[in-house]
Design a protein around this ligand. Structure first.
Ligand code: AMP
Ligand code: MN
Ligand code: MN
Ligand code: MN
Length: 283
């Protein structure tokens, strides 16, 4: 029987709703055998997840999803198989966490101008002392009756040209890929179809990504349609990138995304786990 891989998901250490150990238990229930925990800009949940993985008999891949600003657009780079103690990685992620606090204060100020009260305290309550993201603001806005759902908040408040939008100033592509490579990991472009790039722009992103040492493209994603999977299969083949697979699961209140439910890897592709860089234990 072939193994079920899920190499992209989130816990309460970023904007997911399950604690790392709960997330691992859920993955095991869904039949996942190799799981990467990839919280935004943080590896704080890895140790807890790894302990839970031992109990549940699945393989936990230490991962992260790094926020990058590339040509004024936010792009996410997943790092897989990381030495989470690596100094360059630690320093880089710490800088991003500090920036998240700066950005949160700016978002809060902007939202308060729309009449929302105590925006920073409210969002911080949802973040529970962990890193703060737009989703935590969104949950607070829903609680305060400013929108019907988290999705609705993004549309009305948190994206470009909306009152709570703050343009991100994240890591550069070169930095993010560099930290991952220095930590012995493999860099993968997350959910490539979500960026809505023209072919020329996507080619440029991939060229720069490869130049920096990047190796993979997340062809199969919980946020990709069948057509997008086909498109990204062709892109991966054309650029000689390894293919990754990740649900981008954030918890059970996102019922349209589940773990262990993605289609099979197209046979023409070379999956990331067939690379020599992949640890033997998870092969
Ligand atoms: P941040 O890194 O704090 O800017 O937040 C990015 C996260 O917000 C993504 O990883 C998603 O979890 C969430 N997100 C982004 N866009 C949307 C959307 N349109 N609807 C719901 N959640 C979204
Ligand atoms: Mn997220
Ligand atoms: Mn992402
Ligand atoms: Mn993600």
């Amino acid at each position: 029987m072939s193994l079920i891989y899920d190499l992209h998901c989130h816990s309460t250490e970023s904007d997911g709703t399950l604690a790392p150990a709960e997330l691992v238990a859920h993955a095991a229930n869904q039949g996942v055998s190799v799981l990467a925990l990839t919280d935004h800009d943080s590896t704080a949940g890895i140790e807890q997840a790894a302990q839970a993985a031992t109990r549940h008999g699945l393989t936990l891949i230490p991962g992260v999803e790094i926020s990058v600003t590339w040509e004024r657009q936010t792009v996410h780079i997943v790092g897989l198989n990381l030495d989470i103690k690596n100094k360059a990685l630690r320093k880089g992620l710490n800088a991003l966490l500090e920036y998240r606090d700066v950005r949160a204060r700016r978002i809060a100020q902007k939202l308060e101008k729309t009449g929302l009260k105590d925006a920073l305290a409210g969002a911080s309550r949802f973040a529970q002392g962990r890193l703060i993201g737009r989703v935590h603001f969104a949950r607070y806005l829903v609680e305060q009756g400013k929108a019907e759902s988290v999705r609705d908040v993004f549309k009305k408040f948190l994206v470009r040209n909306k009152p709570g939008h703050v343009a991100g100033q994240w890591a550069s592509l070169e930095q993010a890929v560099g930290w991952i490579v220095q930590a012995g990991g493999m860099a993968v472009i997350a959910h490539p179809a979500r960026y809505r790039m023209t072919a020329t722009r996507l080619n440029r992103l991939i060229d720069e990504f490869k130049q920096a040492g990047g190796l993979g493209l997340e062809v199969l994603s919980g946020s990709h349609s069948r057509d997008e999977v086909q498109h990204m299969t062709a892109v991966a083949l054309r650029h000689g990138l390894l293919a990754s697979v990740g649900s981008d699961y954030h918890g059970p209140d996102n019922p349209w995304i589940e773990m262990g439910r993605l289609p099979a890897m197209p046979t023409q592709l070379t999956p990331v786990w067939q690379s020599a860089l992949w640890p033997q234990v998870a092969a």
